[in-house]
Write a protein that binds this ligand. Structure first.
Ligand code: PLP
Length: 391
């Protein structure tokens, strides 16, 4: 998991499929990222904020009760304990600092359920930047609380009325808006996706997650790496950060997609949002709507580096269904006292299934990145319980 090649590709995936006016902005961004990411002062400030504001390093927790039940040793990397409740803070602090160094005073961002919008608004408030968040009109209606959170943090939320009025339309609109204001605005993209250099930048800002986990679990296991390292995959940023810490070890790396948004498992290769990658699309290349119980995994594409890791077989990609996820959500809550984000519960759901079927052999050491906490999801799960969905 090194730098992409000079055309911004991981193998044949990635690249920069954008209209001419965006090219220059992306090239400037790459030059500046290269410069500041190798600047000890920039890195120092980034690490300092993530420590003293973001709550890093997050711990690795051994799950005693579930390990007993499953017959494997299960460990969680606790991104649920990071500020704003997930790994997203690692990326937005990095990009907001980069924007400041580039002399930009505004951030724009896309958001689906609102989690990346809230994280971006948080970073903007901290660093004195103005934030504008593009959000599909349908999502604005569904996620009223997150809209209010963003406004409380000082951000402006713009409802997007085009297309299906959801995340993929918000990305298109944010890119269009960026072209018009590129002189004083940075587009703070939320995952390891989009045109080069974003997949690379976001993975580098999420690398901290994998590096921490690597040294923590090595110490816990008395000088060994785990047999399995597992993370859920939406756009793929928490998984990319996690895997970057273990790609050179013997660990089997497993990314788990939502079965209703599994671009790597059910998709085909195409171009969307400026990148070449696996995508959920119909025969004529129309992007299909992803759907799962976790809004954070409702993205019809996936970051190009994951497509590359799938093709070169360094990572295997699995899926979890909504009902497996709800069951994992309940098991972790009741047996360990940790309510997971529904996104993260996908990774756990696969581990539970694979341990029970013997696919993960007894006594294996398994590390899961718990990408976020479930506070944002309890109201939705309660509604399902009230409607009679068995969990
Ligand atoms: C946004 C989100 C995800 C999905 O994004 P990735 O880029 O795939 O990491 C996963 N988990 C949580 C808790 C999230 O908020």
């Amino acid at each position: 998991m090194d730098e992409p090649d000079s055309t911004g590709r991981f193998g044949t995936f990635g690249g920069r499929f954008v209209p001419e006016p965006l090219m220059q902005a992306l090239m400037d961004l790459e030059v500046n990222f290269r410069k500041f990411w190798s600047d000890p002062e920039f890195k120092g400030e980034y690490y300092d904020i993530l420590k003293n504001f973001g709550g890093r390093p997050t711990p690795v927790t051994f799950l005693k009760n579930m390990s007993n039940d499953l017959g494997v040793n299960l460990y969680l990397k606790r991104e649920d304990l990071a500020h704003t409740g997930s790994h997203k803070i690692n990326n937005v602090i990095g990009q907001a600092l980069l924007a400041k160094r580039m002399g930009k005073s505004n951030l724009i961002a896309e958001t689906g359920a609102g989690q990346h919008g809230v994280a971006t608004a948080t970073a903007a408030a901290l660093l004195g930047l103005k934030a504008t968040v593009y959000m599909g009109a349908v999502d604005v209606k569904r996620q009223g609380l997150n809209v209010f959170r963003m406004e409380l943090l000082g951000a402006k939320v713009v409802p997007v009325e085009s297309g299906s009025k959801t995340l993929k339309d918000a990305v298109n609109e944010a890119m269009r808006a960026w072209v018009k204001e590129v002189d004083d605005t940075h587009y703070c993209l939320g995952s390891v996706m989009g045109p080069h250099p974003y997949p690379w930048i976001v993975r580098e800002f999420q690398r901290i997650l994998g590096s921490e986990a690597r040294s923590q679990i090595y110490e816990i296991l008395g000088g060994k790496y785990p047999n399995y390292v597992v993370a859920c995959v939406g756009g793929g940023s928490n998984a990319a950060g996690t895997f970057s810490g273990f790609v050179d070890t013997d660990a089997e790396l497993v990314g788990v997609e939502a079965s209703g948004g599994a671009a790597l498992t059910y998709g085909t290769v195409g171009v969307v949002h400026g990148m070449k990658s696996y995508i959920l699309q119909d025969e004529v290349g129309q992007i299909l709507e992803a759907s799962s119980i976790s809004a954070g995994l409702d993205y019809p594409g996936v970051g190009p580096e994951h497509s590359f890791l799938k093709e070169n077989k360094r990572v295997r990609y699995e899926t979890a269904t909504d009902s497996e996820v709800l069951s994992a959500f309940k098991i972790l809550s009741s047996s360990e006292g940790i309510i997971p984000a529904l996104e993260s519960a996908h990774g756990l759901a696969w581990i539970i299934k694979a341990s029970r079927t013997g696919e993960i052999s007894q006594g294996s050491n398994v590390l899961l990145t718990l990408s976020g906490r479930g506070d944002k999801d309890v109201a939705e799960v309660k509604e399902m319980v009230d409607r009679g969905t068995v969990i």
